[in-house]
Design a protein around this ligand. Structure first.
Ligand SMILES: [Zn+2]
Length: 554
């Protein structure tokens, strides 16, 4: 870079800092209101600008301060030409005081401020105090400030800016005119960076603009400094490959490879992609986040059948559109739920690569839900009196599998792992699970289920498991009147049973019972003895020999 170029380099954020309300990007709801207030001569004594970092709060505060003192307002905007505007623009105005709340948070500084507030502005109409990060002030400082706000001198205006408005006391907020600044949306950020690039004769492609806008997450200032970095790295011709290399970003193509692998049941790809992420040094959590966003994009094309809701660079629009009839909403919902769970697991995992591998493997194994509902429908249509219906059902399943790259057995296995099966037909692991075990943990289960906010769960309190055939659990109710209520909620209870025991159990109730419930006994000991008769020999032995006590108290 030539010497002059280095000298003349001014950070884009500074160079493009708006000098009037009209130039503030993406906050029209704020700037229009303020301009109208000026036109109607309605000046407040205190303003509060709240919102995320880097979206234009301080910039707007400065324009407001300048406008308050401008001698020649144009449609509510400062003229930038009068003496007042010029002295402010060259940072020489004595009437506009900027204070950083983070470094001037102590009471002494606020007291000094209160003193200075008493003096009239030197030349301008108003003395304007801009306090940035106002939430950082101490409680004492807030109290001192409040006294000033209660009786503000005629010529004083406060502008507070904060990223954490909930940390600002309500007594302060209530004395301010509040404006909430928004995150700047993707397209607006892209447009603004493009505008800057054009005016600097820098070529930049849409994919690069998208990367910059996404990375900056709604903060234009961040987008501008990222743009500076990118330009200093790649010069006057910015392309996405260079940015991806420079920032070691995950190449978005990989997400399309994943969704294609799901459609094609390409199980091998799970291992290829995790290897690739590992080798390139990409972050596994970023990868899953990116994948979630990718499926979010697919959902938008499936729902709207067009590209209006995509948050992606337009080079991928065609790719997304091609998915509009390939995924259905049910599949996508399950995929996104699965990925959100995977994300949680990965964050706590020692071996993220392994988790990703298995996670993708499961994801690719997810059956298309249309196929499953078709299957269920066809199975239900089978003649009920068929003497040996199973082989026929299995044949049906085989014939109906749309992608055949993996063996049917493997798919069955995967389905068992992944699907929350609505029907009982697939649960082999239940065999080893006995009535005795269910009984031994029943009171803990009651504790568990009564913690839910569903009132009817309390009707289970005096219940007791009676029989269990490997999947169907018959429970005896102490109070016959509970039967209908619980029966109506059996799917909810089944879900909680699954959460608690980790098995698919299907509950049914028996209402006519002679079981003795706790309320029939005078004390816990008597109750235990009576119920001991219903326990399995093992549990009996544990309770009597080891004098085991119930941990929970009724
Ligand atoms: Zn002016």
């Amino acid at each position: 870079m030539a010497q002059e170029e280095i000298k003349s380099f001014v950070a884009t954020a500074r160079k493009w800092r708006p000098q009037k309300f009209e130039d503030v990007v993406g906050q029209e709801h704020v700037t229009t209101t303020i301009k109208n207030a000026f036109k109607n001569n309605r000046i407040a004594h205190a303003y509060l600008f709240a919102g995320p970092r880097g979206v234009g709060k301080t910039t707007t505060a400065r324009i407001l301060a300048k406008a308050l003192n401008c001698n020649n307002l144009i449609e509510g905007d400062p003229c930038n030409e009068c003496d007042m505007c010029r002295s402010f623009n060259s940072s020489q105005s004595l009437d506009i005081i900027e204070i950083d709340g983070a470094s001037n948070r102590r009471i002494e500084e606020v007291r000094t401020l209160r003193e200075s507030v008493k003096y009239a502005p030197t030349v301008g109409k108003y003395k304007v105090y801009i306090i940035d990060e106002v939430h950082m002030l101490t409680t004492e400082s807030f109290n001192a400030l409040l006294k000033t706000l209660e009786e503000p001198p005629e010529h004083t205006v406060f502008i507070f800016a904060t990223t954490d408005v909930h940390k600002v006391p309500l007594t302060i907020i209530s004395r301010c005119q509040r404006f909430d600044f928004r995150r700047i949306d993707l397209q607006t950020t892209k447009n603004q960076i493009k505008k800057i690039a054009d005016s600097e004769n820098i070529k930049i492609d849409d994919a690069s603009l998208t990367i910059i806008a996404k990375k900056s997450d709604g903060a234009l200032r961040d987008a501008q400094s990222l743009f500076d970095q990118v330009v200093s790295f790649s010069g006057k011709d910015v392309n996405s490959e260079t940015i991806i290399r420079m920032m070691n970003l995950i190449n978005e193509e990989i997400y399309f490879d994943v969704s294609d692998a799901i459609l094609q049941k390409n199980f091998k790809f799970a291992f290829e992609v995790s290897g690739m992420i590992y080798e390139k040094g990409w972050n596994f959590i970023d990868f899953v986040n990116g994948l979630i966003e990718h499926f979010r994009n697919i959902i938008t094309v499936v729902i709207s059948k067009d590209t209006t809701l995509l948050t992606s660079s337009d080079v991928y629009f065609e790719n997304y559109l091609s998915y509009k009839d390939q995924f259905n909403e049910g599949d996508l919902l399950r995929i996104v739920t699965f990925l959100n769970n995977l994300l949680k697991e990965i964050k706590n995992s020692q071996d993220q690569r392994l988790k990703i591998e298995l996670g993708l493997y499961q994801l690719i194994g997810l059956e298309k839900s249309s196929t499953i509902s078709d299957l269920l429908k066809r199975i239900n249509e089978l003649p009920a009196d068929s003497s040996n219906p199973l082989p026929e059902k299995k044949k049906l399943i085989e014939n109906n599998v749309p992608f055949r790259s993996a063996s049917v057995e493997k798919k069955e296995e995967l389905k068992n792992q992944i699907e929350e099966k609505p029907k009982a037909e697939v649960n082999q692991s239940i065999d080893s699970f006995s009535l005795a075990e269910i009984k031994s943990r029943w009171s803990s289960f009651i504790d568990f289920i009564t913690k839910s906010d569903k009132l009817f769960c309390r009707n289970l309190i005096d219940s007791s498991p009676k029989s269990f055939d490997g999947k169907n659990l018959l429970v005896t109710l102490a109070h016959p009147e509970d039967y209908n209520v619980l029966k109506a909620e059996d799917s909810f209870i089944n879900k909680i049973l699954f959460d608690f025991f980790g098995k698919n159990l299907f509950i049914d109730f028996e209402k006519n019972s002679n079981i003795l419930s706790y309320s029939d006994f005078k004390n816990a000991e008597e109750y235990k003895q009576a119920n001991l008769e219903n326990e399995s020999p093992l549990i009996k032995a544990i309770i009597t020999e080891l004098e085991a006590k119930e941990i929970k108290s009724h």
